[in-house]
Design a protein around this ligand. Structure first.
Ligand code: LLP
Length: 465
């Protein structure tokens, strides 16, 4: 139940709770800050997936990634349903597992009928171990090793070929009579407004074939019996709020389909990549999953009709918009430092090692105090990580209730590119992660121990005392 503070002061709990009680019956997870199951109970305490967050921290330790299964499943379903509703041909949503690749997340996505996009041998291995069917796995990467390609071929997954070197390597390693299922990744030359590190579709990108080489690539592939080219792929960037760049992309890709026909290639799959943004802060206003899917489907259907082409199987590979909002990270507050008239630092027991996005992309997050959900927001503080690095600041100017050591700070929207980009900087063990649903919490990633940290260390004999 959403609580109301008696003072009428705007308070953290209701400020970020999903608008479930609004007229909007089916909220799009990517437009919320907290997971869909978030509630305030006993006036002050945050609950997610029916589990009290402070109790989860007591049970599983701190920091803790808390993944709400319902939010993740809801996002999967919204993508699936939207394609069913707006696309007249076949479609397949792939989860871009680089956002968070682990057994449990791959298994949940697969159980919702999604395929998985992987970008390394390690991600591929994890998806296979999670029981994802090989015909729903697509391997990306701009410099796949021979070993990765061999693993992909032996497992029967589709290889998204990125460059000439890779095409030649595939032809070289194919067994006689073998036909490797591939797609071609092309750079569409489309600009979009997002951070330059996460923009990939403009011409000056390390990914994909130059579109000026299109004829040459199609001609080459059409002559190789070792290559069964089934489709084209493009991805223009991440955390995108505009619909136009993806609509432009969809139109360009239909032209590629038409051109492939000239070389006798029977290309039946078209993958528009991922990139739909999520709401990290109040002013972020991404389109809903449904609006994004609809915009793309309309353009592809119109362009195919204009070119008199049959509708391709339409693939997309969202990462962030599937999982970011489904997870929060809970930290325990420790020390603080008040610098009069400058700022107050409040330190937590994690930081850039479990969430490197603020220091890498200047990403902005919002937080609440899980045990003070109804207290007035009375102070503006800077949330500092515990790493030996001045830039290890998680949130600048966070508006919070008065905090004390032992309070549980919950940072929202941490499901994408947090665990997957986590490190052991300063030899901090990586946190545990739990999945919560219907009042039950299950460990999905065990907390690393100090022993784990030195597991790969070797001390040469001559250095031993
Ligand atoms: N497909 C391809 C080929 C990609 O490269 C990506 C993301 C996706 C799909 C999924 O995009 P999404 O739906 O998640 O936007 N580490 C950065 C994001 C890097 C995105 C890399 N590629 C961050 O933390 O913002």
């Amino acid at each position: 139940m959403v609580s109301t503070h008696p003072t009428g002061v705007q308070h953290s709990g209701s400020q970020y709770l999903p608008q479930r009680h609004d007229t909007k019956a089916n909220p799009s997870p990517n437009q919320e800050l907290l997971p869909l199951t978030a509630r305030v109970h006993h006036h002050d305490l945050l609950e997610i997936g029916g589990c009290d967050v402070t109790t989860l921290v007591e049970q599983f330790g701190s920091p803790l990634y808390i993944l709400d299964e319902e939010t993740l499943r809801s996002a999967c379903q919204q993508y699936r349903d939207a394609f069913k509703q707006y696309y007249k041909g076949e479609s397949q949503v792939l989860y871009a597992s680089k956002a968070w690749n682990c057994l449990a997340v791959c298994a949940i996505a697969a159980s919702e009928g999604l395929g998985i996009d992987v970008v390394s041998g390690g991600e591929l291995y994890t998806a296979l171990q999670a029981g994802v069917s090989h015909d729903k796995i697509y391997l990306h990467g701009n410099n796949k090793s021979r070993e990765e390609l061999i693993l992909a071929i032996e497992s029967g997954v589709t290889v998204v070929a990125d460059n000439w070197y890779e095409l030649h390597t595939l032809v070289e390693i194919a067994q006689p009579g073998q036909s490797i299922r591939i797609m071609l990744r092309l750079t569409p030359g489309i600009e979009c407004h997002t951070h330059e590190y996460i923009r990939t579709g403009h011409l000056d990108s390390k990914f994909g074939f130059d579109p000026n080489d299109l004829d040459e690539v199609f001609a080459f592939v059409s002559q190789q019996s070792a290559l069964n080219c089934v489709g084209v792929h493009a991805h223009i960037g991440s955390q995108i709020f505009e619909r136009q760049p993806h609509q432009d992309l969809a139109a360009v890709m239909v032209q590629w389909l038409r051109d492939a026909g000239k070389y006798g290639l029977n290309i039946t799959e078209l993958n528009v990549g991922g990139g739909l943004g999520i709401k990290y802060i109040e002013s972020d206003d991404p389109p809903s999953i449904e609006e994004w899917v609809k915009a793309i489907c309309e353009v592809i259907q119109a362009a195919c009709a204009a070119e008199n082409l049959p509708l391709p199987k339409l693939l997309s590979e969202p990462g962030r918009s599937l999982i970011a909002t489904a997870c929060v990270t809970a930290y325990t507050i420790g020390s603080s430092k008040v610098i009069p008239e400058i700022r107050t630092y409040v330190a937590i027991d994690g930081g850039m090692s479990d969430n490197p996005r603020p220091i890498t992309y200047q990403s902005v997050y919002r937080a609440v105090i899980a045990n003070k959900m109804s207290s007035p927001l009375s102070q503006t503080v800077t949330i500092a990580g515990k790493h030996c690095e001045s830039g290890d600041i998680l949130i600048k100017n966070a508006l919070l209730p008065k905090t004390e050591p032992g309070d549980i700070l919950v940072v929202m929207g941490t499901g994408a590119y947090n665990y997957s980009m986590a490190s052991n900087y300063n030899r901090l063990p990586r946190p545990a992660a739990v999945v919560v649903a219907n009042g039950e919490a299950n460990l999905i990633l065990q907390r690393e121990t100090y022993e784990d940290l030195i597991r790969q260390d070797r001390l040469p004999e001559r250095l031993k005392k």
